[in-house]
Design a protein around this ligand. Structure first.
Ligand SMILES: [Zn+2]
Length: 480
């Protein structure tokens, strides 16, 4: 079964949405298709490349195009924080100001002992007071949510004519495309928010509407990235191999070159977006970044942290091959490193969601299966990424229809009892947001090769596909 899960991982969440035609409201039709589509496109695993034989000593190698771009910020060197951004109080307050957190900035500044004698503090606090007056509340039901998978860095490897090519072409986005997408969205006034801004949860599990206050013309949106595991079967296909911390404590991606050397840089979404927000802090609302939807069966963030790598029981062929080619594999070290990266990410605004441990189709699977699966997530993923109150359904396969969940929905009752309050599926409409006193729910739009090729008009609120679509993609993008 897990073999199947691994192979299907690439079909991923996008599969659910690919059939959707027009701007239909969220529908059962989409959900149903998720289950059916999955068997269509099993992708063989390619297990080439023994990865990172010399990770540590080559970690400084950098590639120019994606590698460390001028790190002008964070130059003060005695940083101790994992986020890598040690800022003065004034700099922190300036960032808060840029990110529309005027109350936070005022609170920080006024909390300084020398507030009344520091002209810079006083001036900035006054500007915050003025700016605060211009904020308007954004309607929560009109907030879109876009998602990606791990980005294709080397298109010549992803689109090399092998049997994986079609799936990558349909469901993945390239680094160049992603750069253009966020640039376009930034220019249009989009600002990253979190579902946690859109709804809050009290101690007893009651969900309440949140409040997003932005200047007129700004458009909040949510961004997520699925399956950031760097699954074995993607080895050698032009993707990053894992996320790491660089010498400044910033999250970067590793990329394994043809000669086996390891480059460190912006080879995937997380470091790209981090750098973009460092340059354009006003792209983020109160410091928010994106949400990573995580499985566990191949580990997390490129670290082989699942228990199977320790017990060596029930190993898949690709897991076995990995362990065979890494005789000095150290499970505890792997877990420790993954945890460090996850902590740095959370400190800088990233959030994690469960994508189920085994990339399960929650529509088709029984409540009992989902429970067994979630117990694995809690046992082997949560200790690394932290407990989460959010589920982003694999394949977009939801546990209920558009009418919503109720407590007589056994699957919902179970997930809710385990502390899940936020639920995301996949939906092609511009926005689908549902907030009850028991849960928050949002649809997500896939910004991938399939959608760009077949429905460019459905993306025109975000970017112009003709300016973004990567010319190195083989066309036509295969149909589903
Ligand atoms: Zn997925």
């Amino acid at each position: 079964m897990r073999k199947r899960a691994a192979v299907l991982a690439l079909i991923l969440c996008a599969a659910a949405v690919l059939t959707a035609g027009g701007l239909t409201p969220f529908s059962q039709r989409n959900l149903k298709s998720a289950g059916q589509k999955t068997e269509v496109t099993a992708l063989p695993e390619s297990l080439s490349q023994e990865e990172g034989s010399s990770e540590e000593d080559t970690a400084t190698a950098e590639k120019e195009d994606a590698g460390e771009k001028k790190d002008t910020e964070g130059e003060q060197s005695d940083e101790t924080e994992t986020s890598g951004d040690s800022q003065s109080v004034l700099e922190q307050a300036q960032t808060m100001y840029a990110q529309y957190d005027y109350d936070g900035a005022i609170l920080l500044l006024k909390g300084q002992e020398d507030f009344t004698s520091n002209k810079d503090y006083m001036d900035l606090a006054a500007r915050c007071q003025v700016a605060r007056e211009s904020l308007v509340e954004y309607p929560l039901e009109q907030i879109t949510h876009v998602f990606f998978h791990t980005l294709i860095y080397d298109t010549s490897k992803a689109f090399d004519g092998d049997s994986d090519e079609g799936g990558y072409n349909q469901m993945m986005t390239t680094v160049d495309e992603f750069n253009k997408i966020i640039e376009s969205m930034y220019e249009k006034g989009y600002v990253l928010v979190s579902p946690h801004d859109m709804a809050t949860v009290s101690e007893d599990g009651t969900v309440s509407r949140g409040k997003i206050m932005l200047p007129e013309g700004k458009i909040p949106f949510v961004l997520s990235q699925d399956d950031v595991s760097y699954y074995h079967y993607m080895d050698g296909d032009g993707f990053a191999s894992r996320l790491v911390l660089d010498e400044n404590g910033q999250v970067k991606a590793e990329y394994i070159e043809d000669d086996g050397s390891v480059s460190v840089g912006n080879y995937d979404l997380v470091p790209i977006l981090d750098d973009f927000i460092r340059e354009h802090p006003d792209f983020s609302y109160h410091g928010r970044k994106g949400i990573l939807a995580m499985t566990g069966y191949n580990g997390v963030l490129g670290y082989r942290t699942d228990i199977a790598y320790k017990t060596r029981e029930n190993l898949q062929d690709d897991q076995k091959a990995f362990l065979d080619s890494h005789p000095d594999f150290d499970y505890d070290k792997e877990v420790a490193e993954a945890t460090k990266v996850a902590e740095a990410m959370k400190a800088s605004g990233w959030e994690f969601a469960s994508h189920t441990w085994g990339h399960l189709n929650a529509t088709d699977r029984s409540a009992e299966d989902l429970k067994t699966d979630n117990e694995k997530w809690e046992a082997y993923v949560a200790p690394i990424l932290g407990k989460t109150d959010m589920i982003i359904f694999a394949f977009g396969a939801d546990i209920g229809g558009w009418e919503g969940y109720s407590m007589d929905n056994e699957k919902f009752a179970y997930y809710k009892s385990r502390g899940y309050d936020y639920y995301c599926n996949v939906d092609s409409s511009q926005y689908f947001v549902q907030i009850s006193d028991q849960y928050f729910r949002q649809g997500r739009r896939n910004l991938d090769g399939y959608r760009m090729y077949y429905n460019p008009d459905m993306l025109s609120d975000l970017f112009d596909v003709s300016q973004v679509f990567d010319p190195s993609r083989p066309t036509p993008v295969p149909e589903m």
